[in-house]
Design a binder for this molecule. Sequence first.
Ligand code: SPV
Ligand code: MG
Length: 519
Amino acid sequence: MLMEAHNGLTAKLVEEAGFEAIWGSGLSISAALGVRDSNEASWTQVLEVLEFMNDATALPILLDGDTGYGNFNNVRRLVTKLEQRGIAGVCLEDKLFPKTNSFIDGERQALAEIDEFCGKIRAAKDTQLDPDFQIVARTEAFIAGWGLQEALLRATAYAESGADVILVHSKRKDSKEIMDFMAHWSLDTPVVIVPTKYPTEPIASFVEAGITNFIFANQTVRTVISAVQKNLRLLRQTNDLMSVEKEIAKVDEIFRLQDVQELQQSEELYLPHSQDEETKALILAATKGNFGSLVADRPKCMLYLKRKPILSWHVENLNRQGVKTIGVVRGYKKEAVNLSGLHYFDNDEYDETGELFSLYKARDFLKGDMLIAYGDVIYDSFILQNLLTQGTSPLTIAVDAGWALRGRRDKEPDLVATRGECSPVKNTTCVLEGIGKVPASQATGEWIGLFVMRGSGTELVARTLDEMARDEPAMLRKSKMDELFRRLIAKGETIEVVHTFGHWQDLDEEADLLESRPI
Ligand code: SPV
Ligand code: MG
């Protein structure tokens, strides 16, 4: 039983339906390509389709090779190319190139000279390298109205020229021509038929007559046409996707047929793992801030800056750098911190605790590569980009080297002392030596409230928080972030510094710009 397919998808569907082989139908391949069954698609274009079909299925494919696309020489090249692409056989018909489908004015179609066609068969058999490659010789004697004698004469000549199988085609509505033929067929060469025009005849009666192979030549493409016509008509009429939704294959079914799962497993095997490890971000936004009536019903991070909540600026900035998983530690008026798609952690003791305690509240989120940001600091996106791409250490902080020039009004700037020079050009790094109690005269910059921790750095920070929670809970509650850095330095850990020059703002200074509603 050979079932028609005309592309990779239908080849797979034929296989899943349990058929034993595929008919690469000239009619349906050309129809699927939107052209006529008159050799309008070139033979190499057909070959391309066959390659996709063969890749999609383990079933043997018999190509409907029409007339062989020329003379014996074209047939030789065709056989070679089909073998190279893993096609199991080719059917050649005794008509003239360019052929016309047998069901269109069959009587008016000229047949090939018997000798010339026998030469094609011999050329094909002499060319094949794989002994299993099948040459099916098809006679159109009945189709062209030449009758039983001519059909038998031709079939015999083709079998004697080496054809592996004879295809006898008929367009009668009954089995008479085929049965007459079989009554006289005495050679061992097996016979295959294409019962498109006599579908009411039971297959069993042909089997009884000695026919062992059947080609269902176009039922797949006809099923596609009817189903698509019906559903597109409905969709056009109703404008309602639900009019077809229940009837059509799920999108997941497409993925299954494409074996998407195999690709996912292979990605595990072959893609470098660092690429799948996404950087997450955590925004600390628990405090109220000194903003008077502006923060009556919302915390700082939900105040509006140019029509958007400050938290939205953060999220968009992070998204632009490919950071999609974002957590927020909220506290004061937490119900007003309600942007969708974020992971929320609550520090309900925001009034009596510091930043380190907020960080600890998101302890379970601290895994892999992470960016930690203060919710009330805004910065240009290049600062984030530099921090994510320049620093490669387990712990890296962003420091403003231009702090002294900016005349900032912050009463408690997080001044830092550093060692070394931060230069991607010279490939040198700068390291944090002190933070918090650094006198201005010794400071090389100001920490801007942004840092990155990667892999082992994240584990180190999480461990330090766990130790504090266990051994010094009061200290954990009241500490600011600089306490964490001081502890890490004291443990001998290296904290890399990426320098920036201005282009950030902590919002305590910018109350004038903020609104509690979009303007
Ligand atoms: C085909 O499927 O293209 C065939 C069979 O050749 S038929 O259309 O019946 O000629
Ligand atoms: Mg055909």
